[in-house]
Design a protein. Structure first.
Length: 39
């Protein structure tokens, strides 16, 4: 049971880290698009 809990926790951590990374990349893309539109 505890092993299953540990795997679940690490999986949730992995997913949330990936989600944060995606949001950051998306924000960078938006900033680049805005910069291009400004010129």
């Amino acid at each position: 049971m505890s092993i299953l809990n540990l795997e679940l926790k690490s999986f949730i951590n992995y997913v949330s880290i990936g989600y944060e990374f995606d949001k950051r990349k998306q924000a960078e893309n938006n900033a680049m698009v805005l910069t291009v539109l400004d010129e």
